[in-house]
Design a protein around this ligand. Structure first.
Ligand code: NAD
Length: 232
């Protein structure tokens, strides 16, 4: 059991494996979504320009699927840890909003969210109620809204990335849960090569790409976090 109260700033960095046991498929594992759908048809800016309504339809299907999944005991335990620790920040690569549904605060969603849309002129619109979007066009200018998601070929939002990096630069414990660490630039946030580096812990049933450079690995699924991390 690792006692988080021994650390002053903790960053928990999560990837698709965090939500796998809730039933949200990872990209690479069995049942991964891109085995069934071609991302070039649904998850890139060119697809959205070609067929915005088709892309929105696809994202409504994904929202419906995620709404049918529930946060698991690991998501819930992170919320308990966050309530009990003065500085525990969650940085996620996930777009599914499962941490928030479990009651956690998320400091940075590196790849955006299924539950937001954006207008190029009027910014972001929260839209978290249902599978179907409440509106598909901007109420102010009528432009078709696009999901606020970092699609294939998109740049990661610089402000969000910088916020995540500042938290990671300041942490003394970095807990990496359920990421293969192959998606860049997110993987570059794992602070492997810093002179004053935090304790690097991975929780993942399989070794990630950066597993060799970590301080400690626990080969366990995310749902068992309550057996692994505590605040004494
Ligand atoms: P990935 O699919 O590349 O890798 C998943 C990782 O999770 C693997 O290392 C696997 O061993 C691990 N894993 C599987 N089951 C686990 C469990 N029960 N507990 C802990 N770990 C488990 O995922 P990635 O590294 O996050 O990169 C894929 C990208 O796809 C991310 O950037 C993310 O934005 C996006 N994505 C998000 C979701 C989501 O929002 N839930 C789902 C699929 C993909």
């Amino acid at each position: 059991m690792i006692d988080l109260s021994a650390y002053s700033h903790v960053v928990v960095f999560t990837g698709a494996g965090m939500s796998a046991e809730s039933g949200v498929p990872t990209y690479r594992g069995h049942g991964g979504i891109w085995h069934r759908y071609n991302y070039e048809d649904y998850a890139c800016e060119a697809a959205f320009r070609r067929d915005p309504q088709g892309v929105l339809d696809f994202h409504e299907i994904r929202r419906g699927h995620v709404l049918g999944c529930e946060p698991h005991a690991g998501h819930q335990h992170l919320t308990v840890l966050q309530r009990g620790h003065p500085s525990l920040s969650i940085v996620t690569q996930n777009i599914d909003g499962m941490h928030q549904r479990a009651g956690s605060r998320v400091a940075a969603e590196l790849h955006g969210s299924l539950w937001r849309l954006r207008c190029p002129h009027h910014g972001l619109f929260e839209d978290a109620a249902a599978g179907a979007f409440q509106q598909r066009s901007c109420p102010q200018c009528g432009t078709v809204l696009r999901p606020d998601i970092t699609w294939f070929g998109d740049q990661v939002d610089e402000a969000v990335f910088d916020r995540a990096r500042a938290l990671i630069d300041d942490c003394d414990l970095f807990v990496c849960i359920g990421t293969s660490a192959v998606v860049w630039p997110a993987a570059g946030l794992i602070p492997l090569h810093r002179s004053r580096r935090p304790w690097l812990l991975e929780i993942n049933p399989e070794p990630s790409e950066v597993a060799d450079g970590l301080d400690q690995a626990i080969r366990a699924p995310a749902s068992t976090l309550a057996d692994l991390l505590s605040i004494d």
